[in-house]
Design a protein around this ligand. Structure first.
Ligand SMILES: Nc1ncnc2c1ncn2[C@@H]1O[C@H](COP(=O)(O)OP(=O)(O)OP(=O)(O)O)[C@@H](O)[C@H]1O
Ligand SMILES: [Mg+2]
Length: 359
């Protein structure tokens, strides 16, 4: 029996014994006093009461002893029962915590009743679930990253080996190809950093009242040069003012990622349209291209981290498959959602829907 149970047992027994001793003392005192008064007030009583006195005394002693024994026994059993009821969930919680320390996050504490202890058990179960989720995320991320790094590193290694062994002449083109692989790795690390920041528990948006027309225009202007270079037309349409509580930098990031995809997957001579729309309590950011499109079965997967349709082709295009994951996370952080409509060979339209006010 450990500290808490011992203390509970001592408290119960003391309370029970104290109550019994006090009530029995008062009962005995009052009875003896009134018996004495009765004897004084009743003439001729003395002669016949010797044996009555003896029995009366014995009855007092017996009832007192029995009451004390009964009460203490009851207190012992009650205290054992109650303290066990109270300490059992606490012991279960301690055992669960010990298992969690050893890395077993599948443990759950049984939740019974509706009191403070069951609240605590529920909170602990919730904590374990969260830890389990974080752990799964961490494991997935590590294996995904390892997978993503392996291919470019292997390519670089084989190129370097060929150059060192003299199998390859170090031509400009070969050095450039190595440089591009390194650049891809650098981009990947940068994207991963952004994603990690978004997934961190302390991540917060800095929402202010902004005009979306301004933001979208800024995003379009920054992308314009690369569109011109590739020969893809970029159009922009927005009503005069669409006011909403948004984080300006994050909306710019969303649009930059969508525009980079639209440009990447639209061949020369194609067209990309950016549109801002009022839609009741929401605002809509639409980026539409007439590029290569996405096969219908792949559309739901493109938001997954590192997911690329036709991996080898996209690797050449320099993508790491994180752009849309970031878009989705940022939109959800604003309380909104992203949808993609796409037809292979015809083009893709991405709808970013964000509530105008903080809900
Ligand atoms: N506008 C689009 N047209 C056709 N396919 C697209 C379009 N946008 C996205 N995709 C497909 O979805 C995949 C995931 O897109 P995402 O932006 O997440 O990654 P990425 O562009 O390959 O790499 P990153 O954006 O990290 O540089 C792309 O690889 C591509 O196959
Ligand atoms: Mg992208």
């Amino acid at each position: 029996m450990k500290g808490l149970r011992k203390r509970l047992a001592v408290a119960f027994i003391s309370i029970a014994s104290g109550t019994v001793i006090l009530s029995v003392t008062f009962l005995v005192m009052a009875t003896v006093y009134h018996y004495h008064l009765y004897r004084i007030q009743t003439p001729g009583m003395d002669k016949h009461t010797v044996s009555l006195d003896v029995h009366f005394g014995q009855a007092m002693i017996q009832s007192t002893t029995l009451a004390v024994i009964g009460a203490v026994t009851l207190a012992v059993f009650t205290s054992l029962y109650v303290s066990k009821r109270i300490t059992k969930p606490l012991i279960q919680m301690r055992q669960a915590a010990e298992k969690m320390i050893q890395g077993d996050l599948t443990t759950r504490i049984p939740v019974r009743g509706d009191d403070e202890l069951s609240d605590l058990a529920q909170a602990l179960n919730h904590l374990t679930e969260e830890l389990q989720k974080q752990e799964a995320l961490r494991k997935n991320l590590t294996s995904d990253v390892a997978h993503e790094l392996r291919t470019p590193l292997a390519t670089l290694k084989s190129h370097m080996e060929a150059l060192m062994d003299g199998v390859w002449e170090p031509t400009n083109e070969r050095i450039r190809s190595c440089y591009e692989e390194i650049e891809r790795l650098t981009c990947l690390v940068g994207d991963l950093e952004k994603l990690t920041a978004l997934e961190a528990p302390g991540f917060k948006l800095n929402r202010k009242r902004e005009n979306l027309q301004d933001i979208a225009e800024q995003a379009v202007k920054s992308a314009q040069a690369s569109f011109l270079q590739k020969g893809v037309t970029l159009r922009f349409h927005a009503p005069d003012s669409v006011l909403a509580m948004v984080d300006r930098t994050r909306i710019l990031q969303i649009l930059a990622n969508l525009l980079s995809n639209a440009l990447k997957f639209t061949p020369k001579g194609g067209e990309v349209k950016v549109e801002v729309r009022n839609d009741g309590t929401d605002l809509l950011l639409i980026v539409q291209d007439n590029g290569i499109g996405i096969p219908p079965s792949e559309v739901p997967k493109v938001f997954e981290r590192f997911y690329r349709v036709e991996k080898s082709r996209n690797r050449k295009l320099g993508g790491s498959g994180i752009g849309l994951t970031i878009v989705k996370k940022l939109t959800q952080a604003h309380g909104g959602d992203v949808e993609i409509e796409s037809e292979e060979g015809k083009g893709t339209t991405v709808y970013v829907r964000i509530p105008k006010s903080n809900r």
